[in-house]
Design a protein around this ligand. Structure first.
Ligand SMILES: [Cu+2]
Length: 285
């Protein structure tokens, strides 16, 4: 029993230190969102917290009203009921107040929706283009075009092949790599059925639809490793096509881009030297 608890504590210590070193690993028993890695995610979380207050207050208010009515106006406490059927001030209040609450929610939510969709108007030098295909059941990533095009597939690591530091059902063999501090413009489509590309820590989610090109953007300022999963039921292995994004400082990203243009293995080898997952776990232990 004692050693079991000790193991659990040790495991959660590793996981939580992993989570602090790298922004987006789900933790066992975790409540709430993964830490936000983009400005957009921070704003989405703030909006969520505001909604929680509003919902909480309304639920409490309605519960108190119900209890009050049950106690004060049951047949025993109030044997002779009043017979009026209208009360104009109350009817105005229960129309206007919900409208105001909905207006406050709309005032916060619509700008966020547009912000998710609209790529900021910045210089092209600040933008990095990446394309991705959702496929049954993995993701493909494409950098550049024409002769300089880099293409690789990104498959989940099977449980039996997990290396120290890799996360079950979330780590992939060839992760997507992007530079920190740049606007990543992601073009998303699919080659068979509908998938959805998402990273919760970025507050980004976009459908990958065959024959159609969707775009989304994100900007992560701090290097780290971020995980997501296909979010559109796409067949038997839907749960096994995760997304892993490695955010590197600009200079390391450029070196990775050079290496990966030689071969995917060379790119991964370099990635291991600058952002090794295993070392993080070893130091946590
Ligand atoms: Cu899917």
């Amino acid at each position: 029993m004692g050693s079991k608890i000790f193991k659990l504590v040790g495991l959660s210590a590793i996981i939580s230190s992993l989570a602090s070193a790298y922004a987006a690993v789900p933790v066992e028993g975790g409540l709430g969102f993964q830490p936000p890695a983009t400005e957009l995610a921070q704003e989405v979380h703030d909006f969520h917290n505001l909604l929680l207050w509003i919902i909480g207050f309304i639920t409490l208010f309605v519960t108190v009203l119900l209890i009050w009515v049950m106690v004060r106006y049951n047949r025993r406490a109030n044997p002779v009921p009043k017979t009026f059927s209208h009360n104009t001030p109350i009817e105005i209040a229960w129309t206007v107040i919900p409208v105001l609450i909905l207006a406050v929610i709309a005032f916060r939510s619509f700008p966020l929706l547009f912000k998710q969709e609209e790529i900021p108007n910045v210089a092209e030098s600040e933008i990095v283009d990446v394309k991705t295909y959702g496929r049954q059941w993995y993701w493909s990533y494409i950098y550049g075009s024409g002769d300089d095009e880099i293409y690789f597939d990104s498959n989940m690591i099977q449980d039996a092949e997990l290396q120290p530091g890799q996360v079950a059902k979330l780590s992939v063999n060839n992760p997507m790599v992007v530079p920190a501090g740049k606007y990543i413009r992601l073009s998303v489509t699919a080659s068979d059925v509908i998938h959805a590309w998402t990273i919760p820590a970025f507050a980004v989610k976009v459908d990958a639809v065959p024959g159609r090109l969707n775009q989304i953007w994100f900007k992560v300022d701090e290097p780290g490793v971020f995980y997501g999963q296909c979010s559109e039921l796409c067949g038997i292995n839907h749960a096994f096509m995760p997304i892993e994004v490695r955010v590197l400082p600009q200079d390391q990203y450029e070196t990775w881009l050079e290496r990966v243009s030689e071969s995917t293995a060379a790119g991964n080898e370099y990635l291991q030297t600058v952002q090794p997952l295993a070392a993080q776990v070893a130091s946590a232990e």
